[in-house]
Design a protein around this ligand. Structure first.
Ligand code: 28F
Length: 638
C-alpha cells in the first residue's frame, strides 16, 4: 500500500481542484482552453530559452490530436527534489505552481495564464508522458489525469539534454479536443518574435492537415513590426528598435510609422499579450509624446506659442511593439491582461524618451516626415472636431435629426433594442414591413460606402453613407465613443449573400473595428444569416436551408418521410429582395427562428492584418490573400 504522506495528499488535492474547476486555471474548457494546454507546455521550454539553455522548440500534432513538445534545454532535473523526496521531474509536472523554476533569483517569466505550468496540463490530460535527459541517459515518467502510472525509469542512453512532453487532452473535460492549427501557429509565430533567435518548428501530422512551419527571427521585435507592416507603406524605412534593462525591468521596443491612419500598438509582459495595455503602454506613450514635442520645439517646428502635439496625433500611423519583462507582474483588468506595476511607467517612459530622442536627432529627415504627418493629423482632427460640433449642433438643434431613412423602434431601453442595417432599399422596405417595431429598428444603406482604411477621421463624419449609422447608433466614434449612449445593443448587418453584400459588410466591419472598437469587443455586432435555399411542395410548409450542409440534411429528412428530392421545387436565393416581408421576418428577423452570427475578434493581430490586407492601400497583398483563401469561400456568386 503506497504510503500517503502529506506530499501525495498535496498532489491529489491539487489535481482534484484543477479537474473540478479547470476554468480557474486555463480560462475555459472551450477551444481556447484546449490551446492553453499547449501554450503552458511551450512556456516551460521558453523559460529554458530565456535562461539561455534552449535554442529550439519542436511542436507536433499527431493523429487523434496528441501533442508533443520538445526542447533542447538542460532537461527537467531527474535528481530527487530536496523537499518533496521525489524526482524534480515529477514535482514540476504534478505539484501546482511548482513551476517557480528558477526559485527567487531567475525570471519565472512563463506566462500562459500566469505560470500555472505543466501540472495543470497533466491533470487535464487523459495521459501524459514526460521524457528528459540531463546528459547521462533518457528517462521517462507517465501519468493518467495527473496520477503517476509509470514511475521514472531509464529508456535509452542519451548524451543530448532536453525535455519532451507528450499528452492527450481529456475528452471528459474539454468541449473539443481538436486543435485549430492556425490559432496555434499565430501564437508560435508571436513567441518566436518575442524571443529573438529562438527557433520554433511546428508540424501538424493529422492526416487532412500535414502542415509544417518554422519560426525563427534573429530580428525579434523588429521582425514582428516588419510582419505587422508587410501590407502597409512604411514612412521610415528602418525600424526604430532598442532594449534597456533597469531595476529588474527589461524593456524592448520596436516601432515604425506607415502611411496608414490607424494606431497599432501591441504590448507584452513576460511574453503574455496584454490586450488591455497597462503601465508599460502608458509609459511608452508618455515617452514618445515627450520625445516628439521636445524635438519639434528644439528645431522650431513648434513655435513658442504653439500648444503641444497631442499623443493621439503623434501615434497616427504608428506600429509599435512594447515588450517588458518584470519579476512580479501585477495583472489587472477585465481579462487580467492589463499591467498594473506603477514603477514600470517611469522606467519605460524614460527609456523611450531617451532612445527615440536620439533616433530623431540622428535621422532628421525621418523626424520631419513623421512630424509632417503628425501636423496634418492635428489639422484633420481639428476639422473632424468642427465637423462633429456641426453634426452635434445640427442634432442639438433638431434633436430628432435621426436619419430620415431610419425606421426606429418603440422600445426605449437600448438593451432590448436591435437595429438591422440592411443593404438596399428593397430589402430595407420589406424589413420595415416584416419587423417587430416594438424592439426592431431598420436602417437601409445603399451603394458603396467609403473605405475607412484609406480615410482620415474628418472624412468619416461628413460621409453621407456613414453618418446615418453614426447618428442612429448615437454613441459617437473614435475617442468620443461612449458605449453608454449606444441606442441599440444588437447591431445586425443584413446584406445579400453575394459579393456586393460581402463587400458592404466588410466595409461596415472595418469601420466598426477602426472607429467603434468597443462594439466589437463587447459583442454588440451580429451578422444576419438569410436562407440560401427554399424547398417547397404543395401540401407542406416551405422549408428554408441556410447553407449547402443544411440543404443536404433537410433533403435527407424529407427523403425519410417519403418526400423525394425531385418532387420538391428548390429556389436558390440570390438576394434579400427575393423574399417578401413575412418570409424575411420568419427566416431572418424573428428571434425565435432566425440565425445570427456574433462578430467576435479572437485575435487583434489577426484581425488587424485582415482589415489592412482586405481594405488597405496595397493591391498586391489583397490579391495574394484572396488567392490563398479563395478555396475556403463557399457559395460565392459568380
Ligand atoms: C516540453 C516542455 O518542460 N522544459 C523544462 C527545464 C529545466 C529545468 C527545470 C524545466 C528545478 C526544480 C523547479 C534544469 N537544470 N519542456 C520543459 N526544462 N525545469 S521544465 O528546473 C525545474 C526547477 O524544480 C532546469 C537546472 N535548472 C533548471
Amino acid at each position: 500500500m503506497a504510503k500517503y504522506d502529506e506530499n501525495q495528499i498535496q498532489v491529489l488535492e491539487g489535481l482534484e481542484a484543477v479537474r473540478k474547476r479547470p476554468g480557474m486555471y486555463i480560462g475555459s474548457v472551450s477551444e481556447r482552453g484546449l490551446h492553453h494546454l499547449v501554450y503552458e507546455i511551450v512556456d516551460n521550454s521558453v523559460d529554458e530559452a530565456l535562461a539561455g539553455y534552449c535554442t529550439e522548440i519542436n511542436i507536433e500534432i499527431l493523429p487523434e490530436n496528441i501533442i508533443t513538445v520538445q526542447d533542447n534545454g538542460r532537461g527537467v532535473p531527474l535528481g530527487m527534489h530536496h523537499k518533496m523526496n521525489k524526482p524534480a521531474i515529477e514535482v514540476v509536472y504534478t505539484i501546482l505552481h511548482a513551476g517557480g523554476k528558477f526559485g527567487g533569483g531567475g525570471y519565472k517569466v512563463s506566462g500562459g495564464l500566469h505560470g500555472v505550468g505543466g501540472s495543470v496540463v497533466n491533470a487535464l490530460s487523459e495521459w501524459m508522458t514526460v521524457e528528459a535527459s540531463n546528459g547521462d541517459g533518457l528517462y521517462a515518467i507517465s501519468f493518467a489525469r495527473g496520477k503517476v502510472t509509470e514511475e521514472l525509469h531509464k529508456i535509452a542512453e542519451q548524451k543530448k539534454t532536453g525535455t519532451k512532453v507528450s499528452f492527450k487532452a481529456d475528452d471528459d473535460i474539454f468541449d473539443t479536443t481538436v486543435y485549430e492549427a492556425e490559432t496555434l501557429i499565430q501564437r508560435f509565430r508571436e513567441m518566436a518574435f518575442l524571443n529573438k533567435g529562438l527557433k520554433i518548428t511546428f508540424w501538424d501530422k493529422r492526416e487532412e492537415e500535414n502542415k509544417q512551419m518554422t519560426f525563427h527571427y534573429e530580428g525579434g521585435l523588429k521582425s514582428f513590426v516588419e510582419y505587422l507592416n508587410k501590407n502597409r507603406e512604411p514612412l521610415n524605412k528602418d525600424i526604430i528598435y532598442f532594449e534597456t534593462d533597469q531595476n529588474d525591468v527589461q524593456v524592448e521596443v520596436a516601432l515604425q510609422y506607415t502611411t496608414s491612419y490607424s494606431e497599432n500598438i501591441l504590448s507584452f509582459v513576460n511574453n503574455i499579450h496584454t490586450a488591455e495595455g497597462g503601465t508599460h503602454v502608458d509609459g511608452f506613450k508618455r515617452g514618445l509624446t515627450k520625445a516628439f514635442n521636445d524635438y519639434a520645439r528644439k528645431f522650431n517646428i513648434l513655435k513658442e506659442k504653439d500648444v503641444n502635439l497631442s499623443g493621439e496625433d503623434i501615434r497616427e500611423g504608428i506600429t509599435a511593439i512594447v515588450s517588458v519583462r518584470v519579476l512580479d507582474p501585477q495583472f489587472e483588468g477585465q481579462t487580467k491582461t492589463k499591467l498594473g506595476n506603477s514603477a514600470v511607467t517611469g522606467i519605460v517612459s524614460a527609456s523611450v524618451l531617451n532612445k527615440v530622442g536620439i533616433f530623431l536627432e540622428e535621422n532628421p529627415q525621418i523626424a520631419k516626415a513623421i512630424l509632417e504627418k503628425t501636423l496634418s493629423a492635428a489639422r484633420a482632427r481639428e476639422a473632424a472636431r468642427k465637423a462633429r460640433e456641426l453634426v452635434r449642433r445640427k442634432s442639438a438643434l433638431e434633436s430628432t435629426t435621426l436619419p430620415g431613412k431610419l425606421a426606429d423602434c418603440q422600445e426605449k431601453d437600448a438593451s432590448k433594442c436591435e437595429i438591422y442595417i440592411v443593404e438596399g432599399d428593397s430589402a430595407g422596405g420589406s424589413a420595415k414591413q416584416g419587423r417587430d417595431r416594438r424592439f426592431q429598428a431598420i436602417l437601409p444603406l445603399w451603394g458603396k460606402m467609403i473605405n475607412v482604411e484609406k480615410t482620415r477621421a474628418d472624412k468619416i463624419y461628413n460621409n453621407e453613407k456613414l453618418s446615418p449609422v453614426i447618428i442612429a447608433l448615437g454613441a459617437g466614434i473614435g475617442n468620443d465613443f461612449n458605449a453608454e449612449k449606444l441606442r441599440y445593443h444588437k447591431i445586425i448587418l443584413m446584406a445579400d449573400a453575394d459579393v456586393d453584400g460581402a463587400h458592404i459588410r466588410t466595409l461596415l466591419l472595418t469601420f466598426f473595428f477602426r472607429y467603434m472598437r468597443p462594439l466589437v469587443d463587447n459583442g454588440n455586432i451580429y451578422i444576419a444569416q438569410p436562407p440560401l435555399f427554399k424547398l417547397s411542395k404543395k401540401g407542406i410548409e416551405d422549408i428554408y436551408c441556410y447553407n449547402e450542409g443544411d440543404l443536404d440534411i433537410k433533403l435527407k429528412e424529407l427523403e425519410e418521410k417519403g418526400i423525394s428530392r425531385d418532387s420538391l421545387a428548390m429556389q436558390r436565393y440570390k438576394g434579400l429582395g427575393e423574399m417578401n416581408s413575412e418570409q424575411l421576418w420568419e427566416t431572418t428577423m424573428n428571434p425565435e427562428t432566425r440565425i445570427l452570427v456574433k462578430v467576435e475578434l479572437e485575435d487583434a493581430v489577426k484581425a488587424d492584418e485582415i482589415f489592412t490586407v482586405l481594405m488597405g492601400e496595397n493591391v498586391e497583398p489583397r490579391r495574394e490573400f484572396i488567392e490563398t483563401n479563395a478555396k475556403y469561400v463557399t457559395n460565392l456568386d459568380i
